[in-house]
Design a protein. Structure first.
Length: 129
C-alpha cells in the first residue's frame, strides 16, 4: 500500500511532486499536504468499493496510486485533459465500482475457457530442425 510520496517518483518527477506538496512555499514537500492527498484517495476508494483494500488489494493499490497522481497534477494546475492521470483515475474508479457490484471480478475467479482444437504445428526444415 502506498505510504510515502517518494514511491510515486517513477510516475512523476520528484521535483514536481515536491512542488505539488509545498503548501507553505518553502521548497519542501509538506507532510500535511501529502496526508490530505492520500486521505482523499482512500476516501475515493472506500466510496467506490467499501471493501476494496481487503477483497481487491491490487485494484485498490492501483487506484490509490492513480488518484494520488491525479491529485498531485491537479495541485500543480493541470486539470481535465491537461492532467495525464485523469483518464486512468476515472478508469480505476470505474473498475472499483464494477468490482463492488460484481459486474467484474479479479483474475482467477472467472469461468474456465476450453479451446476445442489441438495446436497445429508446421514442419520446420533447415538448421532449426
Amino acid at each position: 500500500m502506498l505510504k510515502d510520496w517518494r514511491e510515486l517518483a517513477g510516475d512523476m518527477a520528484p521535483a514536481h511532486i515536491e512542488e505539488a506538496l509545498d503548501d507553505d512555499g518553502d521548497g519542501v514537500a509538506d507532510a500535511s499536504a501529502w496526508g490530505l492527498v492520500l486521505e482523499a484517495a482512500s476516501v475515493r476508494i472506500a466510496t467506490a468499493c467499501p471493501d476494496a483494500d481487503a477483497r481487491h488489494p491490487e485494484a485498490a493499490d492501483y487506484a490509490r496510486r492513480m488518484f494520488c497522481l491525479e491529485s498531485l497534477f491537479a495541485r500543480r494546475g493541470f486539470a481535465g485533459d491537461g492532467n495525464p492521470f485523469s483518464a486512468r483515475a476515472l478508469d480505476a474508479e470505474r473498475r472499483l465500482r464494477a468490482l463492488a457490484s460484481g459486474d467484474e471480478t479479479t483474475g482467477g475467479d472467472g469461468d474456465a475457457v476450453f479451446v476445442g482444437e489441438p495446436a497445429k504445428a508446421s514442419g520446420i526444415g533447415g538448421l532449426m530442425a
